[in-house]
Design a protein around this ligand. Structure first.
Ligand SMILES: O=C(O)[C@H](O)COP(=O)(O)O
Length: 316
């Protein structure tokens, strides 16, 4: 099989597939149009998120048998077309679920115990104790939205902190020893912290909006390690301003965009003229990280190994 690799990944992918006699071609620099011209030559394609595999692209990929997405999110693939054409879709959320889960816990502890604020103050010669009283995770009801790989890994860790973990998912009967499945209404009624673990689809675009926030009974902390466009930033900023959202931990932003210039990041931040983004950048109630929740040294290797194993299981 002839396979095109469009993004940089852990070298074990090439090493292990070459050892199984796959023919590989790395192309990290071509544009969408350049790849389009030659895509019919390949049986498989291995990607992250640099190039959008839209309907037009997939229809030109006459010989494509699989698309392997090294990672979880598949919003850059036009899934209905891939399914219609019988192209197998493979991803590897098992590889970065632990990294994401630890990142969620890390961000929550930072915001709830005011670690970022207090540390900055001490470094600037300010010693305030009463103002820096924090909130404990122990005993809090946490509502996870989405209970796939990331949601489950997060629930497992949160239950160890003595939290009550509830979750909403479109698939039924997913409750386990770490978390209890509830309706979205019950989640909005009970949760004191919300964390998103859903893909970006037309149904989940702007899921967190004015209506969702207004329907939350409690003031709440909010964590997003899923996709920026799951949240209408304007609604989040308004809620932060009035205190309905007590703190926000955001690893992804609505203003994030694909970056062709920097292969190592593959996305960048479109700052533009944007008051809401300025608020997030300047607010003490907000922690921001550059889409690195699933981005550890260990997850890089695990993401690659899960993808290779799945390709070999289907095509070897
Ligand atoms: O979907 C994922 O697995 C993560 O968000 C990482 O995505 P990336 O491969 O675009 O960095």
């Amino acid at each position: 099989m002839r396979i095109l690799l469009l993004d940089k990944n852990h070298p074990l992918i090439t090493e292990q597939l070459l050892a199984k006699n796959f023919i590989l071609e790395e192309d990290f620099y071509s544009t969408y149009e350049e790849v389009l011209k030659k895509i019919e030559l390949y049986d498989g394609i291995i990607i992250r998120s640099r190039i959008p595999l839209d309907q037009n692209f997939l229809e030109k990929a006459k010989n494509l048998k699989f698309i392997a997405r090294v990672g979880a999110g598949m919003e850059n693939i036009h899934i209905p077309t891939a399914e219609k054409l019988g192209i197998q879709l493979i991803n590897s959320p098992e590889g970065n679920r632990d990294s994401v889960a630890e990142h969620v816990i890390g961000m929550l502890l930072i915001i709830m115990h005011r670690l970022n604020i207090a540390s900055n103050e001490v470094k600037n010669g300010i010693w305030l104790r009463e103002e820096n009283r924090g909130d404990e995770l122990l005993g809090k009801t946490i509502g996870l939205i989405g209970y796939g790989n990331m949601g489950k890994a997060t629930a497992k860790r949160l239950s160890g902190f003595g939290c009550k973990v509830i979750f909403y998912d479109i698939l039924p009967n997913l409750s386990d020893e770490h978390a209890q499945q509830v309706s979205l209404e019950e989640l909005k009624e009970k949760a004191e912290i919300i964390s998103l673990h859903i893909p970006l689809t037309s149904d989940t675009h702007y899921l967190i909006n004015d209506e969702f926030i207004n329907e939350m009974k409690n003031d709440f902390y909010f964590v997003n390690t899923a996709r920026g466009k799951n949240v209408r930033t304007k609604s989040l900023v308004e809620a932060l301003k009035i205190g309905k959202v007590k703190g926000a931990c955001l690893d992804v932003l609505e203003y994030e965009q694909s970056s062709f210039e920097n292969l190592d990041t593959s996305t960048s931040l479109n700052k533009g003229e944007n008051e809401d983004l300025q608020y997030l950048l300047n607010s003490e109630k907000v922690i921001l990280t550059p889409h690195i929740a699933g981005w550890t040294h260990q997850s890089k290797e695990k993401l690659a190994q899960f993808i290779v194993d799945k390709i070999l299981a289907s095509f070897c």
